[in-house]
Design a protein around this ligand. Structure first.
Ligand code: 2AM
Length: 494
């Protein structure tokens, strides 16, 4: 093929995300070659390129023709199912690739798989990037948030393409070089964990407003619409407002009320919680959102528990709480509770990223991460600009909770936050995300915790020793012996 007709970039794997990303790249003026194992998807993509374009997009029907149709050093994005399909695609393509060429895996891959593949392809002199892509179908087509990690040289080769296909916000395109190794996949994984937290918190706000406040779906649509014009302005709040407006087309009523209350998931939330545990980072809000997805899956068990506990005499508290509730104030309180809970959830996610960055030497720039999440991705929100600024003020910030601005916002909202959680608890409406965030806040902000007692217990039964508040060193006490001897507390309450 004559050099002038070679493509700037290639993309293999033409399922929904792949097709949309390929069309986005082509639309931004970068000639692209596309390939898919099942060739009918190549034709599908060509037809779309004609009708949405015309764009400079070339379909290829074999790995060899595909690779050879791209200009060197080649950059090839693969968007196939995570796991084995990625390995198979890499081996099919690298057979024809040359030193200096790059594979960019855009799937939701486990970061260690990326690190293994970086090693594997390096034997052939091939460079590698594991790139988180967020924004779903729409994002891929019109501007996703991109999180590429791995070879910096490989990043530089396609920086201009990525910067132009990514979502654009006031402070630039939503892409940055994340760091070495599997950092791009890891950051995307935590992004998804944070997304779980956001969705859980929003669903709790809905539950409280509906079941304590008695709001109708049309009122909810209006409230979420209003919230989307303030501090909570975000993609997830906006789509939530839209969801409440949709009528069912099969039977009377609103569609949201007809949806089975069982949540699906693909695994990145679970990985996030597993990593938090591995790294000894508390991530209770994200963990609560994962637990809630598990509990939601037990639909039949929950139905039977509801029956059994009703028969056992469980009172419906909701009614009595509802009658005394000031709707306007409740709405305002829930908004504040949601915002404060969100700060704690993001604090957990960012601290998980920091712990991993330290462990792996990735040198992650948290302000930049917040910036590239401002557009394109599912958690995009005005709020992320505040996080970006917090890390710009202090790159070594111990927690978002103690950034002076966030600290002030949390304190301003804490009374409302406590009212919402208290009200939900007395109404028997579970708000595990909001409770987890509040407990996280209340634990983190206290200079002294009851951990002294836990240390005493550990020392008593396991001679694990303890430290003292007033002098250095490790101490051990014969607790049982001394307690029996002193008998001091006996009869204190008699
Ligand atoms: P297919 O259309 O040939 O099935 C999402 O499933 C994407 O991953 C599809 O483009 C699919 O290709 C691709 N894919 C899944 N397993 C694959 C494999 N083992 N090799 C190559 N592509 C694969």
């Amino acid at each position: 093929m004559d050099a002038s007709t070679l493509s700037r970039i290639g993309l293999a794997g033409l399922a929904v995300m792949g097709q949309n990303l390929a069309l986005n790249i082509a639309e931004k003026g970068f000639p692209i070659s596309v390939y898919n194992r099942t060739t009918s998807k190549v034709d599908e993509t060509l037809i779309r390129a004609q009708s949405e374009g015309p764009f400079s997009l070339t379909g290829q029907y074999s790995p060899r023709d595909f690779v050879l149709s791209i200009q060197r050093p080649r950059s090839i994005i693969i968007l196939v199912k995570a796991g084995n399909p990625v390995d198979q695609t890499i081996s099919a393509l690298t057979e024809f690739m040359e030193p200096g060429d790059t594979i960019i895996d855009g799937g939701n891959e486990w970061y260690q798989n990326t690190e293994r593949r970086i090693q594997q392809v390096s034997d052939k002199g091939i460079l590698y990037l594991g790139m988180g892509v967020s924004g779903g179908e729409e994002g891929a087509r019109h501007g996703p948030s991109l999180m590429p990690g791995g070879s910096f040289e490989a990043y530089k080769n396609i920086e201009s393409v990525l910067k132009s296909v990514a979502a654009q916000v006031d402070d630039g395109p939503c892409v940055t070089y994340i760091g070495e190794g599997g950092s791009g996949n890891f950051v995307k994984m935590v992004h998804n964990g944070i997304e779980y937290g956001d969705m859980q918190l929003i669903s709790e706000a809905y539950d409280v407003l509906k079941n304590v406040g008695g709001l109708s779906n049309s009122e909810l649509a209006e409230i979420f619409g209003e919230w989307n014009r303030g501090e909570l302005e975000s993609f997830l709040i906006e789509i939530t407002s839209d969801i409440f407006k949709v009528k069912d087309n099969l039977v009377d009523g609103d569609l949201v009320d007809k949806i089975l209350d069982k949540t699906g998931m693909k695994g990145t939330g679970k990985w996030t919680v597993q990593q938090a545990a591995e790294l000894s980072v508390a991530a209770p809000t994200i963990a609560a959102s994962l637990d809630c997805r598990y509990l939601s899956g037990l639909k039949e068990e929950r139905e039977s528990a509801a029956e059994i506990l009703k028969e056992a005499g469980l009172e419906e508290e909701v009614g009595s709480v509802k009658s005394g509730v000031d709707k306007k104030r409740l709405i305002d309180d829930v908004r504040k509770a949601l915002y404060a809970s969100k700060i704690c959830s993001y604090a957990q996610g960012m601290n998980l990223l920091r712990a991993k960055s330290v462990e792996k030497g990735w040198d992650l720039d948290f302000g930049e991460l917040a910036r590239i999440w401002k557009g394109g991705c599912i958690i995009r929100a005005v709020f992320l600009d505040r996080i970006k600024k917090a890390y710009q003020r202090n790159p070594n910030l111990a927690s978002l909770v103690v950034d002076p601005e966030f600290a002030r916002e949390m304190v301003q909202r804490q009374a409302a936050w406590r009212r919402v959680v208290g009200l939900a608890i007395s109404a028997g409406i579970s708000t595990p995300g909001m409770c987890a965030s509040l407990a996280y806040f209340d634990t983190y902000r206290r200079a002294r915790l009851p951990a002294n007692l836990v240390q005493a217990q550990r020392d008593l039964f396991g001679a694990h020793t303890y430290e003292r508040t007033d002098r250095p060193g490790a101490f051990h006490t014969e607790w049982t012996k001394l307690a029996r001897k002193s008998n001091a507390g006996a009869g204190a309450f008699s």
